[in-house]
Write a protein that binds this ligand. Structure first.
Ligand code: FAD
Length: 395
């Protein structure tokens, strides 16, 4: 029998890696262990909150991976990793051994660093909607129910977090929805960062022109304490702000299983990897991809990056299984679209190459770019990007 590679987590990183590994190492047994019944994609989920897309459009099963691509899909949660014995434990009981392991569990929320939001009850009152699913739909319902002239407020954590432009896109799409149904409402954007962290001039233009008088942007707004029941958030530099509807995006860290397995060696938060193979720097035979890794400087945590890392990792594992050298010149790309209303979008793109001296990924000078303005052509391309990447991930 061929070697067995176990992949933990069937999101943008894990499912892509499993699919391409089976293609490039057909003799290998590729097992994908995924906790959820179906995958719900985060890209475009701000459109669900804005009311112009349904969560069904973003939901896919893992069935094609097994039916058409030869990946064994196991519906279970990995509860422990024994890297020495090369074995994972499963929530439903039993264990599975592996020759190589890929860990791709996405993110976990650091609620323990948000006073007032530690309890489950408080977390139900103040939603994140930063993992697409029921919270996305519930935030839409609450937005529709916002009183006339009410206040929607969003808090953005300090970098680094999943999808840097996502909160600013959300502010635009929430404002657009309110412009139609609740034009006296306000959208307050409190940012723990000193400035808009992505597509700055384009988002500020949207805030100041398209949503003039509706969106107010406040930088350097560090979270201090939340009174969830009273709908009030206190900041380190200003008094408490009350809102009818709060959306607090918590600080993030590597998925629970990655941290539990001791893979998150960077500040106990993110997993350091070798960018040639995505093998963990602390656990031989264990690779980490997607949002859980300590990203190279300037590279975002995105579905596009997760997809690219997955392919570099799959190619490296295929080479290692065949006793061949791993490529020493990976090149990856990232394109990130954001909608500013239901039709028009903007993008930022980058190309990154391995820097052998610094052992990291670095931007290729002169490659990539930024939109000059939001257009509906880019809106079409954004939707095409979203469905293409979902097809590439889950078939
Ligand atoms: P995920 O996609 O979250 O997948 C992780 C999977 O692992 C999940 O299915 C989970 O159930 C599973 N899992 C976790 N732990 C276990 C376990 N112990 N056992 C078994 N299974 C487990 N990116 C873009 O490129 N473009 C965009 O336009 C974009 N828009 C976004 C908008 C929003 C609002 C948000 C929140 C994110 C957006 N992103 C976008 C970012 C993108 O969603 C993430 O970067 C991407 O999902 C990361 O992929 P991942 O595979 O690391 O994690």
């Amino acid at each position: 029998a061929g070697a067995r590679v176990v992949v933990v987590g069937g999101g943008f990183a894990g499912a892509t890696c499993a699919r391409y590994l089976k293609r490039w190492a057909p003799a290998a047994e590729v097992v994908l262990i995924e906790a959820a019944e179906a995958f719900v994609a985060c890209p475009m989920s701000n459109r669900v909150i804005g009311g112009t897309m349904s969560i069904r459009d973003l939901t896919r099963s893992h069935a094609t991976l097994s039916a058409a691509h030869g990946v064994q899909v196991v519906r279970d949660t990995v509860t422990a990793i024994d890297a020495g014995a090369r074995r994972v434990s499963l929530a439903r009981g039993g264990a599975m051994s592996y020759d190589r392991l890929v860990v791709a569990p996405g993110i976990d929320f650091a609620y323990d660093s948000l006073p007032g939001l530690e309890s489950a009850a408080a977390q139900e009152q103040v939603l994140h909607a930063w993992k697409a699913g029921p919270q996305t739909q519930e935030l839409r319902r609450r937005l529709v129910a916002l009183p006339q002239g009410g206040v929607f407020a969003i808090h953005i954590p300090a970098m680094s977090y999943r999808c840097p432009p996502g909160p600013y896109e959300r502010a635009c799409l929430v404002a657009r929805s309110l412009q139609r149904s609740n034009p006296r409402a306000k959208v307050l954007v409190f940012d723990a960062n000193p400035d808009v962290v992505a597509k700055k001039s384009l988002f500020l233009d949207a805030f100041r022109n398209r949503y003039k008088g509706m969106i107010e942007y406040v930088p350097n707004a560090g979270y201090e304490e939340m009174d969830a029941a009273g709908g009030e958030l206190r900041f380190d530099v200003q008094a408490g702000i009350k809102a009818d509807l709060w959306n607090v995006i918590p600080p993030q860290r590597a998925g629970i299983i990655a941290r539990k397995a001791g893979l998150a060696n960077v500040g106990g938060r993110w997993c350091e990897v070798d960018f040639l193979s995505y093998e963990s720097k602390v656990a031989p035979g264990v690779h980490v991809i997607g949002d859980s890794i300590a990203s190279a400087p300037g590279l975002p945590k995105s579905a596009h990056m997760a997809n690219q890392q997955a392919k570099v990792c799959a190619a490296a594992i295929a080479a290692l299984l065949a006793g061949k050298p791993v490529s020493d010149e990976p090149i990856v790309t990232n394109t990130c679209y954001s909608f500013v209303n239901e039709k028009e979008a903007i993008h930022v793109a980058g190309v990154y190459r391995y820097d052998a001296d610094k052992r990291t990924m670095a931007a290729v000078p002169g490659a990539g770019g930024l939109s000059s303005a939001a257009t509906s052509e880019e809106g079409f391309m954004a939707l095409a990007w979203a469905f293409n990447i979902l097809n590439d991930t889950l078939g």
